[in-house]
Design a protein around this ligand. Structure first.
Ligand code: ADP
Ligand code: F6P
Length: 325
């Protein structure tokens, strides 16, 4: 098949995620290997609109595979929501002759890419870069494994104090709309309760469970709550009122989950997806999000990738109930 895409732009957009640098590196080096010119677009769609676009070379991405954050920086860009903003962005790409884009970000970033590709004739490939793992069409998102391991390490440490003092800890992890970090880190740390937005929290059931545990002198309890469910402070307020004898503490893990060196897993999937993004552009597979499903590359049209969320399987929810008794 004829290689029509000769100059590609790569950007990171939305929330940063560990492994984004590994993905940038893979895109740049695979592009150069295939004789393309590669440009780095700074600060997501903001750099595209402001023409903050720099040529990338093989050396530009040296010594970054192990680094968290993103060397291209990232941003949330209001102007890109408007047609005028996207037009400005496209004109800047056109001036440089960029005729293919790789967008590393979450579903919001893909929504922007989808609009750009619909309005202007530019092929876009999305790579799922988000710690939340809230995108359908892929078993993995770049950054999730690192974030969940950071949460596990932190919760393990908190359990030491919970155990030493016979305390109840409510730990809030990230996940605006998705409970995957809470679910995985909660199961991996043996949390007694896991509260996620995908399942309605029955606060009565939670309180009754804690009262029952108190009766059998089980005082050490870890409750992991996803930020998208209800805030840890809110849950603590109810528990302090209804289970006043519990020695309750709250810990919000916050942005430590977004940073740090990517795990081996995140480096591998980022490398594989970055390589595959360029291959897809060469093969003419346009306007798709690259995912990995059952260890094979999986391509989801951008318009579908932005609509569907990953679903948490009933099996996981059953496992939580059985193991956390
Ligand atoms: P994420 O990609 O992590 O989900 P956001 O939802 O904040 O992050 O989206 C990142 C950026 O993508 C936004 O700041 C905006 O520039 C662009 N974007 C998101 N949604 C749209 C949309 N509906 N139309 C155009 N651009 C969008
Ligand atoms: O989408 C990733 C995420 O970490 C969410 O879990 C969280 O709600 C959000 O980003 C916070 O983003 P920021 O601090 O950049 O506004």
């Amino acid at each position: 098949m004829e290689n029509k895409v000769t100059k590609i732009g790569v950007l990171t957009s939305g929330g940063d995620a560990p492994g984004m640098n590994a993905a940038i590196r893979a895109v740049v080096r695979t592009g150069i290997y295939n004789g393309m010119e590669v440009f780095g677009i700074m600060r997501g769609y903001s750099g595209m609109i402001e023409n903050d676009i720099v040529p990338m070379h093989s050396r530009s991405v040296a010594n970054i595979i192990q680094r968290g954050g993103t060397i291209l920086k990232t941003a949330r860009c209001k102007e890109f929501f408007e047609h005028e903003g996207r037009k400005k962005a496209y004109n800047n790409l056109k001036k440089l002759g960029i005729n293919g884009l790789v967008i590393i970000g979450g579903d919001g970033s893909f929504r922007g890419a989808h609009k750009l590709s619909e309005e202007f004739d530019i092929p876009c490939i999305g790579l799922p870069g988000t710690i939340d793992k809230d995108i359908a069409g892929t078993d993995f998102t770049i950054g999730f494994d690192t974030a969940v391991n950071t949460a596990v390490e932190a919760i393990d440490k908190i359990r030491d104090t919970a155990d030493a003092h016979d305390r109840l800890f409510i730990i809030e992890v990230m996940g605006r709309d998705a409970g995957y970090i809470a679910l995985h880190s909660g199961i991996a740390t043996g949390a007694e309760n896991i509260l996620i937005p995908e399942r309605r929290t029955d606060i009565e059931e939670l309180v009754n469970g804690l009262l029952e545990k108190e009766r059998r002198k089980k005082l050490v309890n870890i409750i992991v709550v996803a930020e998208g469910d209800r805030g840890a402070e809110d849950v603590a307020k109810v528990i302090k009122e209804r289970v006043p004898t519990a020695d309750t503490r709250v810990c919000v893990l916050g942005h430590i989950q977004r940073g740090g060196a990517p795990t081996c897993m995140d480096r591998l999937i980022a490398s594989r997806m970055g390589y595959s993004a360029v291959e897809s552009l060469i093969e003419g597979r346009h306007n798709v999000m690259i995912g990995i499903v059952n260890n094979k590359m999986h391509y989801t049209p951008l318009e579908k990738a932005v609509k569907a969320k990953q679903r948490i399987s009933e099996d996981w929810l059953k496992i939580v109930k059985i193991l956390a008794s």
